[in-house]
Design a protein around this ligand. Structure first.
Ligand SMILES: [Zn+2]
Ligand SMILES: [Zn+2]
Length: 143
């Protein structure tokens, strides 16, 4: 296992925050790091099953919440109201792209500009921007 492996990276990220790298935390973060798009609970359950290390549903939810709380992952909700998770190392203010054909959600690397101004007394917590359209796969499929 080389030092650049997703497994190693997952252990390093978890331990960097002073937390213990439990098997479940490492597995879920590794699956997120390896994913090309954002992943739903369903996708992660299936991915864990595919590598013959099935995850308990409650454990998965708990680990995902923990990763989000630690800032190691973030979640985004699609039009279908399904929460999806990403370990893309972008902290705040990035947009997402939702493909209206296949429903996949992607993190966009570019940071958004300044936050829109809020009225006095309002406290902005998060800027949530989703671009809609069709992803490269769906565009090429000509659907
Ligand atoms: Zn698509
Ligand atoms: Zn994102």
């Amino acid at each position: 296992m080389n030092t650049g492996s997703p497994h190693h990276e997952a252990v390093r990220l978890i331990q960097a925050g002073g937390a213990s790298a439990t098997a479940a935390r490492v597995q879920v973060l590794r699956l997120l790091l390896a994913a090309h798009t954002t992943a739903s609970h369903q996708t992660l359950m299936q991915a864990a099953m595919d590598e013959a290390r099935p995850l308990d549903k409650v454990t998965l939810y708990r680990v995902l919440d923990w990763l989000v709380a630690q800032g190691l992952a973030h979640s985004v909700t699609g039009q279908d109201r399904v929460r999806r998770f990403s370990a893309v190392p972008i902290q705040h203010g990035h947009a997402h792209f939702e493909c209206d054909a296949c429903g996949r959600l992607f993190c966009l690397a570019d940071h958004l500009g300044a936050q829109p101004r809020t009225p006095p007394g309002f406290e902005a917590r998060q800027l949530d921007v989703t671009v809609h359209g069709r992803c490269a796969d769906c565009t090429h499929a000509g659907a």
